[in-house]
Ligand binder design. Structure first.
Ligand code: ADP
Length: 160
């Protein structure tokens, strides 16, 4: 049984994330989306809101489950759920250095856990949670970038 985790802050989940999850769900028997707070970024949505939105976006994938991984190293979290793979998405060269370093560090921390990268689909290459938030903040249309519930939640957040 090939079990993988897809860790991230998902603040909020975008169609780019969903694409990686869809493709990952075909490769692995079980895929856990491991939600955490990114220590380097102040999140817009609370953890509870991100759990709700992420669950809604992946409800159609039978072997995908959303879980929270707080205050734990990613490799330790992976091990705790029986996963031997960390799945990450790679957009452009700008993602590469950070992702490469993380993968190297994680291998040093636990050599039994492999990081597997899926390259972003052409259509989502430019897409990030941060860009989506900026567009929504200024009332731009994000309906092509995120699932409907997320677009509604962004609107509600910035209408507050
Ligand atoms: P983090 O805060 O840990 O970087 P994110 O939620 O921003 O978490 O991203 C989680 C993973 O999804 C990362 O590997 C990131 O590169 C990848 N990712 C983000 N946006 C896209 C996209 N549009 N297409 C493919 N992968 C993406």
């Amino acid at each position: 049984m090939k079990i993988a985790i897809y860790p991230g802050s998902f603040d909020p989940i975008t169609n780019g994330h969903v694409d990686i999850i869809k493709r990952g769900s075909k490769i692995f028997d079980k895929l856990y989306i491991a939600l955490s707070n990114n220590v380097k970024k102040q999140s817009l949505f609370t953890l509870e809101e991100r759990i709700e939105l992420t669950k809604g976006a992946v409800a159609n994938f039978a072997n995908v489950e959303v879980i929270v991984s707080e205050n734990k190293l990613t490799v330790d979290f992976a091990k705790s759920v029986g996963a031997s793979i960390i799945l990450r998405g790679l957009r452009a060269a700008t993602d590469f250095e950070f992702e490469f370093t993380m993968a190297m560090i994680n291998t040093k921390l636990n050599s039994e856990i492999e990081t597997v990268f899926l390259t972003a689909d052409n259509e989502y290459m430019y897409l990030s949670s941060s860009t989506t938030k900026e567009i929504a903040k200024f009332s731009g249309d994000v309906s092509n970038f995120v699932p409907k519930d997320v677009a509604d939640a962004l609107k509600a957040k910035f209408d507050d």
